[in-house]
Design a protein around this ligand. Sequence first.
Ligand code: BMA
Length: 326
Amino acid sequence: MIRHHKNPILTRRDIPEIPPRLRDVSSVFNPGAVKAGTAYRLLLRVQDRSRETYLVPAHSRDGVSFQVEPRIVEFAGLERLGRRVYHVYDPRITRLEAADHVMFAIDTDDGCRLGLGRTTDFDRFEFLGLAADDNTRNGVLFPEKIGGRYLRFDRPNTARRAGGPASGSAIRLSESDDLLAWREVGPVLQGRFHYWDEFIGSGPPPVKTRAGWLHLYHGVATHFGSASVYQAGVALHDLRDPSKVLGRCRRNILEPREIYEIAGQVPNVVFPSGMIVEEFDEDGFARPESEVKVYYGAADTAVGLAATTVSALLEAAREDEIPQCR
Ligand code: BMA
């Protein structure tokens, strides 16, 4: 992955004041991304000194210089949820059946849930409902039905490292008939203890290639003194049965190295959450030579952009496994 020379491409200074709710912004990170025609769109996670979290849209013609819109995205209908919502955050965007579906984390009094929203114009966002009734995070919808049902990867949010927030060490595949009621199909990836990805969670939604579904994820190394290190990795899944893992990188593909990744609200974090593949073939498969743009949160403070190609990601996913971690 090659970091863009303009990194970090978005910092708190790029976010306009949106009074009365957003003033003197502290951080912008973990964006969802989608490309509509020639327009790149991000949904940014923005916080100010209250540490309340808002989703703010941004758009761009080149995928690098973003115009941040002075408005906060509201999901119409969320107010009818009937429970207190502390934060809506870490949106992942999937174009599915001609609409952009946004799956996000919701912090409630019962822990974290997944919520699902939808938009067709990035102007009006509709809340479709809760899409998990247990503590779950990092839900990423597949862009098409497979075997007649909707699929997603998600991550039960039930493990906790000493003194740390809730996390998890297993990504599972889930299925649904209506996008709101989900059943577990089975576990697909486990954390590899003692290595770079002990705790894991999906990154951006999976991308279809002729070799399988490309799946970026984040891995957390928890065995260092006081700090955890968040890195990015890639796995490859069978096209017809994504619970089958065809390959998984041995080494991370992006790790905190630059100062804006090492220092910030949460140090030592790269958190991939948006991915744009530039070229697809006539059957809807990502072309191997296509450029890939990966948008990621850096130290929970800024947004980074790193570029690669589909074939480089496939190559990384086909690395030899770490011995005994199959
Ligand atoms: C995870 C989530 C992300 C965050 C990351 C690093 O557990 O809370 O939103 O970016 O930790 O702090």
